[in-house]
Design a protein. Structure first.
Ligand SMILES: Nc1nc2c(ncn2[C@@H]2O[C@H](COP(=O)(O)OP(=O)(O)O)[C@@H](O)[C@H]2O)c(=O)[nH]1
Ligand SMILES: [Mg+2]
Length: 456
């Protein structure tokens, strides 16, 4: 994953607190100076850098680390939660019935992303997807898009001879009327000039696109903010795709696009090929950015550090007896994030289920491995399948396995795991006393978890 430069810079800065119990003014200043440099080198804009550093500083002074937590880990936790907050919550995109307009400057990866998104939503959501090539300025744009999608059943509409983009879009929408999702690729410039503004405005009003996503190259640096702002005032950006995150250690600039538009990052591009697309999730992204998989024990989140709303929602669902694959995944993910299992946020009182110790390193690695595989498999499932895993029959298992590039056995194992967890949850839901205790714990934010409920 890219952004190692930032990760290294952050660890270097926070590392200055190593073996410290208390922080003095001089050390604090040195640490924040180093952090400010790391963020700026990664193209965070001045305001974001200032905000982040000031928040960290204030919280370090105000908040005492939890007992047993080193100052360094405490600082890392704070930075983690502030970075996640900066990126905002995940984008709730309903692809079915949507028209999606991609905008952005020249060479940012719009055409490539058009193909990637089309394949993604066709494959993972089982939708009929059509793309319209409306870039009349770049010769060969239609050929480029057709070629990217030559092995796919996605419908590609274009009129390479027509020089009028709005006409192509109008014709394209008519030709693609039966598609579940239509994605429109537009022209870019080196700068947003008046011709392009006019053209985009026309296309925007013809498509009445429900979604307008800005495609932005991770390497654009500080320019990202102003560029994003001008596209935002033009088209009302509803989402952002950051491309080329495979090739750069700088990504902070693109993050400032988030600040400029208020729109969330929806996907990230990690390569030139059609499958090189990922769904963006801020906590996953930041975990990876900080290299949490590798640097064990440096992040040690307490329940209060987690997304409270998400935790509440999950708990309510669990107690209501609903328990989907997504719920299970989220629960496991929360577990894998923290250093030791007994500090983990959970909905299970450990003492009621027979105590437990810290998760060993190998257990955590096994869990991380499972999570990665589960994620791949779940990405190939439709929403229905994730909600109703019990109803997934053999032919669907075969399809999911093929889509995810795993064995059918792996898919069955995921479903079996879900079944075990669900039974656990069900048992708990019926337990009135436990139910009450859980609510109380949610209030107090003091929770322990039993690893055995996750098949560990
Ligand atoms: N490494 C890498 N290259 C990418 C990515 N997305 C696009 N590209 C490359 O960037 C160049 C410009 O992409 P293109 O889709 O034509 O940009 P457009 O002008 O905005 O339509 C092409 O060479 C793409 O292969 C990505 O996520 N990673
Ligand atoms: Mg293009």
């Amino acid at each position: 994953m890219a952004l190692e430069g930032l990760s290294r810079g952050i660890f270097r800065s926070i590392g200055l607190l190593k073996n410290k119990r208390k922080i003095d003014e001089e050390e604090l200043r040195e640490m924040t100076r180093s952090l400010r440099r790391a963020l700026q080198e990664a193209d965070f804009n001045v305001r974001q850098t200032k905000d982040l550093v000031e928040k960290l500083e204030a919280r370090l002074i105000e908040e005492k680390p939890r007992p047993g937590l080193t100052l360094q880990t405490h600082a890392m936790n704070i930075l983690y939660t502030e970075l996640v907050r900066l990126l905002g919550p995940a984008h709730q995109f309903q692809p079915h019935g949507a028209t999606l307009l991609l905008v952005g400057l020249y060479g940012q990866g719009k055409t490539t992303t058009t193909a990637k998104l089309a394949e993604w939503y066709r494959r993972k959501h089982g939708l009929r997807v059509a793309v319209i090539e409306a870039d009349v300025h770049r010769p060969g744009a239609y050929a480029q898009l057709s070629q990217l999608l030559e092995d796919s059943t996605v419908q590609v509409y274009g009129e390479p001879e027509t020089k009028d983009a709005p006409t192509i879009v109008r014709n394209g929408l008519a030709a693609c009327a039966s598609a579940d999702l239509v994605i429109v690729d537009t022209a870019g410039r080196h700068q947003l000039d008046q011709d392009l503004v006019d053209e985009l405005e026309q296309i925007s009003s013809i498509t009445r696109a429900s979604e307008r996503w800005l495609v932005i190259d991770a390497q654009v640096g500080q320019a990202a903010g102003p560029v994003a702002a001008s596209f935002h005032s033009l088209a009302g950006v509803t989402g952002i795709v950051i491309t080329k995150l495979d090739g750069t250690a700088r990504g902070g600039g693109a993050l400032s696009a988030v600040a400029a538009t208020g729109a969330p990052i929806v996907h990230i591009g990690t390569g030139e090929n059609v499958p090189d697309l990922e769904k963006f999730e801020s906590d996953r992204f930041i975990s990876r950015l900080l290299g949490m998989g590798d640097i064990q024990g440096l992040i040690d989140l307490a329940p209060e550090d987690m997304d409270e709303e998400e935790a509440m929602r999950l708990t309510q669902r669990l107690m209501s007896g609903r328990f989907t694959l997504n719920d299970m995944y989220k629960q496991m993910e929360m577990m894998s994030k923290v250093g030791t299992i007994d500090k983990l946020m959970s909905f299970l009182p450990g003492n009621m289920l027979g105590g437990m110790g810290a998760m060993s390193k190998s257990q955590k690695e096994a869990m991380q491995g499972n999570l990665d595989r589960y994620r791949t498999i779940m990405d190939s499932m439709t929403a229905w399948e994730k909600n109703e895993p019990a109803k997934i029959k053999a032919d669907r298992i075969r399809r999911v396995a093929r889509g995810a590039g795993v064995r059918e056995k792996d898919v069955r194992e995921l479903i079996a795991q879900w079944n075990r967890s669900r039974k656990m949850m069900k048992g708990m839901g019926g337990n009135r006393k436990l139910n009450k205790q859980m609510r109380k714990m949610m209030k107090e934010g003091d929770m322990d978890i039993d690893p055995s409920s996750f098949g560990m």
